[in-house]
Design a protein. Structure first.
Length: 323
């Protein structure tokens, strides 16, 4: 190997004598041929990978990040995740400026102090002091996972492959299955509004059906009647159409009010396409058909019920019925 270039801050002698040198972390390659470096002093530097500049050269950018870093950092999707002695940091990179700044939504977890890695939608870091593996959210820093581990040596760093997270402890190599984290609160898309539906009885005249006699039977099935209702919804929905028909009896009660008797019709279930009108047939009971044949007034009330992610919708339609 041949040395091509190097960089050393102008204060390297005082950093070295005070044991706050850069040697505690490895360089992290970044977009636009940049390199991020941080050390025990806690100052982060952006350098040009094409021209490091040598001893005492000015970095492309530098700023204090934390009280000190041991073990390294990782870059993912525009953010540099930096291990610090007082908690994991997240820095938003501006590669064109170049510069970096703390992520505004990030909450520092003071317990996650080990070198990070990104896998399964989380950034992972350890605390070898309290034998815990943390999986903070990539945007907020809130720990989604707390996993107790065997004792670890200093700067234990997890790695990941094939949906598993691997961690070297004092005497073992631990493997964990990485589960996809739940979405952060407030990030879910809003629920769609409830379906808007309309319903009307197509005609007050009830349709009479006379089934034909089937082969092998002496008599044809009894006649039956149906009521046609027209339904339409603005969303594709599963609809349950039910209803009741009231028979208005000719006799009056003692209080002078007309007597009524109600019959519930069998529910009809159907799938409605968004914005498409569909005619549904409701079958009437034999007792209702007999009442209609006696020319007794009937009135029907029909109600479709739809349930979507946005809620439940009910509409009604009323109409007098006759044969």
């Amino acid at each position: 190997m041949t040395l091509l270039d190097h960089w050393t801050p102008s204060s390297w002698q005082s950093l070295d004598s005070g044991d706050v040198d850069l040697g505690s972390s490895e360089p992290v390659p970044l977009p636009n041929s940049l390199v991020f470096q941080i050390g025990k002093q806690g100052v982060g530097y952006l350098l040009s990978a094409a021209h490091l500049g040598g001893t005492g050269a000015s970095p492309a950018y530098s700023a204090s990040v934390c009280s000190g870093s041991w073990g390294g950092a990782v870059y993912y999707n525009g953010i540099i995740y930096v291990t610090c002695s007082n908690g994991l940091r997240a820095l938003a990179l501006n590669a064109s400026a170049p510069s970096f700044s703390p992520v505004g939504t990030w909450q520092v977890n003071a317990n996650a102090i080990g070198p990070p890695t990104v896998a399964g939608g989380l950034v992972w870091a350890t605390n070898w002091k309290d034998t815990t593996l943390y999986g903070p959210n990539l945007q907020t820093g809130q720990a989604v996972v707390h996993q107790t581990t065997p004792p670890m040596d200093h700067f234990a760093t997890p790695s990941a492959s094939d949906g598993k997270l691997f961690l070297a402890t004092g005497h073992t190599v631990e493997a964990y299955t990485i589960a996809n984290p739940s979405a952060p609160a407030g990030s879910s898309p809003p629920a769609p509004p409830p379906a808007k539906c309309s319903l009307k009885v197509r005609s007050s005249r009830v349709k009479l059906h006379h089934p034909k006699r089937r082969k092998g039977y002496k008599h044809a099935p009894p006649a039956y009647a149906t009521v046609a209702v027209i339904a339409k919804c603005d969303q594709a929905v599963q609809v349950k159409l039910g209803g009741a028909v009231s028979e208005h009896l000719s006799k009056h009660s003692r209080r002078g009010k007309a007597k009524t008797r109600s019959f519930h019709v069998a529910a009809v279930r159907a799938r409605l396409s968004a914005g498409v009108t569909r005619t549904l047939q409701i079958r009437l009971t034999p007792a209702l058909l007999s009442a209609l044949r006696r020319h007794v007034r009937e009135s029907g009330k029909f109600t479709p019920t739809t349930t979507t992610a946005g809620g439940t919708t009910r509409v009604g339609a009323n109409r007098a019925l006759r044969l």
